[in-house]
Design a protein around this ligand. Structure first.
Ligand SMILES: Nc1ncnc2c1ncn2[C@@H]1O[C@H](COP(=O)(O)OP(=O)(O)OP(=O)(O)O)[C@@H](O)[C@H]1O
Ligand SMILES: [Zn+2]
Length: 612
């Protein structure tokens, strides 16, 4: 383990010669990316390319030190390049302001590199780069941080497991009826408020309905089928109705916070064991007194850190609706973004109004932003430590010492401010039934062939779930082309049910993504959702191995807080080194101890699973 923290012994003549000659690609110029770029530049790399799709936000400046205030709004990749050149003008560094998932970056693009370094923040892009590096047979160093936790791992075809070898647990979600009918925590109101934003201004999604859920099994009266749908609930789409009333804030308010709540009250079963909600009219909210005015509206400490009084929530509800309506005028829909002021203000106001109605604790804008944006504060030190480990791994990779690159994990102990670094004892080998890196990738899918359309199969299953970018699909044995990546070629199939194209239980589909150089065989199994909350489809790569994982205990915000005190001898596959934050020197004494493997993280894509 001590080896993993030191510059490899063999940073000898050979590695020194390799460093300036080796072309590397850094994917992402955010928190880790800036650190990695600086480390590469300072350790003598001369051929660097960097790709990032984003522009610099003011909130990046505290840790993404290649950027300054005057760069806000400019391309991260372009500015990162300029800053690195100011360190060393002789470096040959190229910047792409683009998504790495764009079709412009095919296998041949990746083959030009000796090594790819991921510094990303989302699963889709990580999956894609994983596949591109496997296809191009280029080693990939994957890294991520989440608060004080982080990890680095090498992915090398034929040597290690790939990023997709272990199934990632699904993102945390809440049952629809909790959100729509019976919220009990602030997060339920925040999720509802985001859904409301999407219903009114975003891309409409039937799964994000905000009206009372009349199918809630809890609301059923014994012997009755379901609560009947009475007149006070509009059954036209929320968006359509909002447009019809020209987004009149008072009418919208009275529907969402009064009429809908009155309707919920009529579902009496729901309130037998719960405190019933209290409907609130626009009139009552706007003129609400007793909660005082905010002292200084221009002071961010007041507007962001304090809970807004109800009257302010009502005011913000009205003003943001009129702003968002204007923003929507020249677009089909808006995309909710925590950094977009009216969008964030709207969610803050709505979440708190709903919280008041359901007697749930209200939250400040700052707190709501962190919950709504799934924000775990980024810690500059954690990014720096991980980026240091990334480049140490890079040295070993240049020297083809792949077996000396086991995954390394950073954790913070809750007591004594100690960071812990733990490493697997050896590199993890590939899962033989991985549906990405095994020699013959294969999955079983469970879909209702009579209900699912070709478009849903493509968008939901192949693209969203299986992360393909531009699939071509053929029904095996019949030669029927189901989906074509050529625009417009098979559009006529889009709205057909799978069965109309001859896809039935037992059919085999050959799915081919040319960009990712990835061929997947899909076995179709007929499946019908029984309960309302059953998934639309299921994907099973290996029936035995892909059982859902139990969420780990002791987690807050999706981060494992079960920091082991190191006394548990149960795991033999990890070695531990620990040192004090205050006194990094202590780390060099490298007490070797064993810890439990860091827990799988069910919310954060930046950390992945360690199998024990
Ligand atoms: N498909 C992609 N192609 C290229 N770059 C990407 C892609 N997806 C994400 N990125 C970049 O990866 C970087 C990840 O960095 P980081 O996790 O620090 O996120 P951030 O957006 O800078 O910070 P925060 O999310 O905390 O505001 C970002 O700069 C982001 O733009
Ligand atoms: Zn794999």
């Amino acid at each position: 383990m001590a080896d993993l923290l030191s510059v490899p012994h063999s940073l000898s003549q050979k590695i020194r010669e390799l460093i300036p000659k080796s072309k590397v690609l850094v994917v992402g110029a955010g928190g880790i990316g800036c650190e990695v770029l600086k480390n590469l530049a300072l350790s003598g790399f001369q051929e660097i390319e960097i790709i990032d799709l984003d522009t610099i936000d003011v909130s990046n400046l505290n840790r993404q030190f290649l950027f300054r205030k005057e760069h806000v709004g400019k391309s991260k990749a372009v500015v990162a390049r300029e800053s690195i050149l100011s360190y060393n003008p002789d470096i040959n560094i190229k910047a792409y302001h683009d998504s790495v998932m764009s079709q412009d970056y095919g296998v041949n693009f990746f083959k030009r590199f000796r090594l790819v370094l991921n510094a990303l923040d989302n699963r889709a892009a990580r999956n894609h780069v994983n596949r591109m590096c496997l296809a191009a047979d280029v080693p990939l160093i994957e890294s991520g941080t989440s608060g004080y936790s982080g990890q680095v791992e090498l992915i090398k075809k034929g040597v290690t497991q790939c990023y997709e070898c272990q199934p990632k647990p699904p993102q945390r979600s809440f049952p629809g009826c909790t959100i729509r009918n019976t919220p009990s925590e602030p997060v339920h109101c925040i999720v509802w408020a985001k859904h409301l934003f999407n219903q009114l201004f975003g891309e409409e999604d039937p799964d994000q309905d905000v009206s009372p859920d009349t199918e809630d099994p809890e609301a059923k009266v014994d012997g009755e089928h379901s609560v009947t749908d009475t007149g006070n609930i509009k059954r036209t789409s929320t968006r359509q109705w909002a447009q019809e009333i020209n987004y009149d804030p008072q009418k919208l308010f009275d529907k969402f916070f009064k009429a809908d709540i009155e309707y919920l009250l009529s579902m009496e079963n729901l309130w037998k064991t719960r405190k019933p909600p209290v409907p609130l009219s626009w009139q009552q909210a706007a003129s609400h007194s007793g909660d005082g005015e905010m002292e200084d509206e221009s002071d961010i400490r007041t507007t962001d850190m304090k809970v807004w009084p109800l009257s302010k929530c009502a005011k913000v509800f009205a003003s943001t609706i009129s702003q968002l309506k204007t923003d929507l005028a020249d677009r089909n829909f808006l995309v909710w973004d925590k950094d977009d002021k009216p969008a964030m203000d709207f969610v803050t106001a709505c979440a708190n109004i709903r919280a008041q109605i359901f007697s749930i604790q209200q939250k400040s804008r700052f707190e709501i932003k962190s919950i709504a944006g799934n924000i775990i504060p980024a810690i500059a030190t954690a990014n720096a430590m991980i980026a240091g480990l990334v480049v140490l791994h890079a040295f070993r990779v240049l020297n083809e010492e792949y077996e000396k690159c086991p995954a390394v994990y950073l954790r913070k102990k809750s007591v004594h401010s100690k960071f812990i670094l733990a490493a697997d004892k050896q590199v993890s080998i590939a899962n033989p039934s991985c549906y990405v890196c095994s020699p013959k990738p294969f999955v079983n899918v469970f879909v209702n062939v009579e209900a699912m359309t070709v478009k849903e199969f493509e968008n939901e299953l192949l693209k969203k779930h299986l992360n393909m970018v531009a699939p071509d699909v053929v029904l095996d044995g019949k030669g029927v082309v189901v989906i074509s990546s050529e625009e417009g070629e098979m559009q006529a199939n889009d709205d057909k049910q799978l069965i109309e194209l001859g896809i039935v239980d037992g059919s085999i589909l050959k799915c081919d993504d040319f960009l990712q150089n990835y061929e997947l065989t899909v076995a179709v199994n007929q499946y019908e959702a029984k309960e309302k909350d059953d998934p639309l489809y299921k994907v099973v790569a290996n029936k035995d191995e892909l059982k859902a994982k139990e969420p780990a205990n002791g987690k807050e915000n999706g981060v494992d807080n079960n920091q082991n005190d190191g006394n548990d001898e149960s795991d033999d596959d990890l070695m531990l080194i620990e040192y004090d934050e205050e006194d990094p020197q202590e780390g060099s004494s490298s007490k070797k101890r064993r810890i439990n493997p860091p827990q799988d993280n069910d919310e954060d894509d930046d950390l992945c699973v360690i199998e024990d």
